[in-house]
Design a protein around this ligand. Structure first.
Ligand code: KPL
Length: 304
């Protein structure tokens, strides 16, 4: 059934999903921060073929109709402010889907939902690179999962093609993927694929081992969902994502290069802030990303 989606976030992810929803026959309003905005989105696939898509571009101030489907594609730290900004434009039983990186930003939305609204979380391991304000390039295939995090009643998944029964498990897996790939690419200034090669490979292996120990031996997070994660395969899974998105510059590397705020609080910071677990490497990666002027000294520290 065709729906009208409000997509929030004009980064690589927002443009990717606006284009995908239009391709599936849905109507899409893409929320833009500025009055002046592009008129279309150009998506270049891995063979260099470009396709254009025309969502309705709008600012929150210019919108009057209410939405039943909202897709949040912002940075993790912007998810809650962005939702609060458009909350009055959501219907009382709307489906809110949050596709942010990391762990925690999705759950922060729950207390702010209207009584009958449902919250869905999604994880995607696709590589997408923003070229400019109106174009993106697809840099790596990857799977996408959407599952319910909070719902007052049983509801069908608004993105049924990507349905997943246990999204918390997938979120933890994605947290591990981001906690290894993103800081290492950002600290060493390399592509996702390059962290699988020496000398960064040793740190990759140590970071995987540490996260496995947090999830398995240290019982973090205190939740039965970790039991459903195939921890034996976690290292392979992270390496596969790094390989499949090998040419991608991770979102954290791009943020560091453009001197933007990073999502580290919702990634390495999620581990580092848990007092009950020992994760010295995540602590160090967290510290390094928070000190972008000193990355070279952190590179040396990590390689020693
Ligand atoms: O999620 C990503 C990111 O860059 O934030 C991956 C999957 C690592 C792709 O680069």
């Amino acid at each position: 059934m065709n729906k009208h989606w409000l997509v929030i976030g004009c980064g690589a992810l927002g443009m990717r999903w606006a284009a995908r929803l239009l391709e599936q026959g849905h109507q899409v309003t893409l929320l833009h921060r500025y009055q002046t905005h592009p008129t279309e989105i150009s998506v270049e696939d891995s063979s260099g073929i470009k396709q254009s898509y025309q969502p309705n571009f709008a600012t929150s101030a210019s919108l009057t109709s209410k939405f039943e489907q909202v897709l949040i594609c912002t940075k993790a730290y912007d998810a809650l402010p962005a939702f609060l900004d458009i909350k009055s434009l959501t219907r009382k039983s709307a489906d809110i889907v949050c596709l942010c990186n990391g762990f925690g930003a999705q759950q922060e939305l729950i207390p702010h939902l209207k009584e009958h609204q449902s919250l869905w979380a999604g994880v995607t391991n696709e590589g997408t690179l923003k070229i400019n304000d109106s174009s993106i390039r697809l840099t790596g295939e990857g799977d996408t999962f959407i599952g319910v995090l909070h719902s007052p009643t049983s509801r069908p998944n608004p993105l049924e093609d990507f349905h997943c029964a246990n999204i918390e498990c997938r979120l933890l897996e994605k947290l591990a993927i981001n906690a290894v790939i993103n800081p290492l690419t950002a600290i060493f200034g390399v592509t996702n694929g390059e962290i699988l090669q020496t000398p960064v490979r040793n740190i990759f292996d140590a970071a995987v081992a540490e996260i496995k120990s947090c999830y398995r031996d240290q019982g973090f997070p205190h939740h039965p969902i970790t039991k459903e994660l195939d921890l034996e395969m976690l290292g392979n899974r992270i390496a596969t994502v790094a390989h499949m998105t090998g040419l991608n510059h991770s979102s954290m590397l791009q943020d560091i290069r453009l001197k933007r705020k990073t999502e580290v609080d919702y990634i390495c910071g999620y581990f580092a802030k848990q007092e009950q677990i020992e994760c010295p490497l995540q602590d160090l990666l967290y510290e390094a990303i928070n000190n972008p002027a000193e990355l070279e000294s952190y590179q040396r520290k990590l390689l020693n």
